[in-house]
Design a protein around this ligand. Structure first.
Ligand code: SF4
Length: 343
């Protein structure tokens, strides 16, 4: 039975993931890709995740869909901990969380036609038996993503980038997932078709009640598609809250700098002014700074910031503030109250 609206469908708690890389200074370097991230998602809700390249967004996405195992932490899907599940139960739970990949040019096997591509998950999980049922289900899925069912015998190279991403979405929908994790789903597409794919995902989410995790570095796309927005920096969450709150009254200096650099968030730009700039590149994830990981680039950094790691906390936003603005910054109230003056 599908979850009812508002029901908790995904609960990720304190996820950690570290990779070994090549040698640095005679030692094997380790990259802390995700460091203590927790997220909750309810049925029918959309959560955007933004941050610079290398901030851990894609590693987080891969853990949520079961393509990577976290080193520690737990991921509950519909109340079952999938990080501890094994064998058939693990596969069954992960059917409920599916992924739309970034690049529709490489994520679809060029030797398979659309019928085979879209029906593959159905066949692997024995959801259909017989050719007619398979074709009917693929036709239904293609219609859902606004592609003509007659195209099912064609191959990926016969489609445009936007059409290929629709095929990828149809494939992701084949098992009736409760959560769709979209990892930069439009960044490989022309600007002209990005909006069509984003609108399709938003429409599917509303019509089918799917929960959506939408990962992107383009702030305008995330704003359009997300009920809540999370901002990541060097493997950690910097800020999470209602999208309108995060965009119109950001409290973390990193969120403010991201928005200030974006040409699309006009209202926020006026408030923040051009004085909030993000200096330099992020530090190497093999040697992240102690304390607040953002302190080497933060305009508000003080001695405490280099020493003490800020924890995520709900900040007091005053009588007109939103209830759920959660920020990892020692001085978030000050930053939120007067972002420009504090520069
Ligand atoms: Fe900046 Fe300090 Fe806040 Fe980190 S804790 S974002 S360094 S003010």
């Amino acid at each position: 039975m599908p979850p009812s609206s508002g029901e908790l469908v995904l609960d990720a708690r304190d996820l950690h993931k570290t990779y070994r890389t090549g040698r640095a200074g005679g030692h094997r370097a380790r990259v802390s890709a995700v460091d203590g991230v927790s997220l909750r998602l309810r049925a029918g809700e959309s959560l955007g995740i933004v941050g610079e390249s290398g901030c851990g967004k894609s590693t987080l996405a891969r853990m949520l869909v079961g393509l990577e195992r976290p080193d520690s932490g737990r991921i509950e899907v519909a109340g079952v901990d999938v990080t501890r599940a094994r064998g058939r139960e693990r596969r069954r739970m992960h059917q409920r969380v599916q992924m739309v990949f970034q690049d529709p040019y490489t994520s679809l096997d060029p030797r398979m036609n659309v019928l085979d591509l879209v029906s593959e998950p159905l066949m692997v999980h024995r959801r259909v038996t017989g050719g007619a049922a398979r074709r009917d289900r693929v036709a239904e899925l293609l219609s859902l993503v606004n592609l003509a069912p007659e195209l099912m015998h064609r191959y990926p190279h016969q489609f445009s980038g936007g059409q290929r991403q629709r095929i990828g979405i149809a494939r992701a929908l084949a098992l009736d997932p409760e959560v769709l994790v979209c990892d930069e789903p439009v960044s490989a597409l022309d600007m002209s078709v990005q909006a069509q794919v984003v609108n399709l995902l938003r429409d599917l989410q509303r019509r089918m009640g799917i929960a959506l995790v939408f990962i992107a570095h383009d702030l305008s796309v995330v704003r359009h598609v997300s009920d809540r927005t999370a901002v990541m920096y060097l493997g950690r969450l910097a800020e999470i809250g209602e999208t309108t709150t995060v965009y119109d009254a950001p409290a973390h200096p990193y969120t403010q700098a991201l928005l200030s650099a974006s040409p699309v968030v006009d209202r926020t730009r006026r408030r923040l002014t051009d004085r909030i700039r993000l200096a330099g590149d992020p530090p190497s994830p093999t040697a992240p700074p102690a304390g607040c990981r953002f302190h080497t680039r933060c305009r508000l950094a003080r001695e405490r910031c280099a020493r003490e790691q800020p924890v995520l906390r709900t900040i007091d936003t005053g009588p007109d503030g939103a209830a759920d603005q959660v920020v990892a910054c020692h001085f978030a109230e000050e930053s939120r109250a007067a972002p420009a003056e504090a520069a």
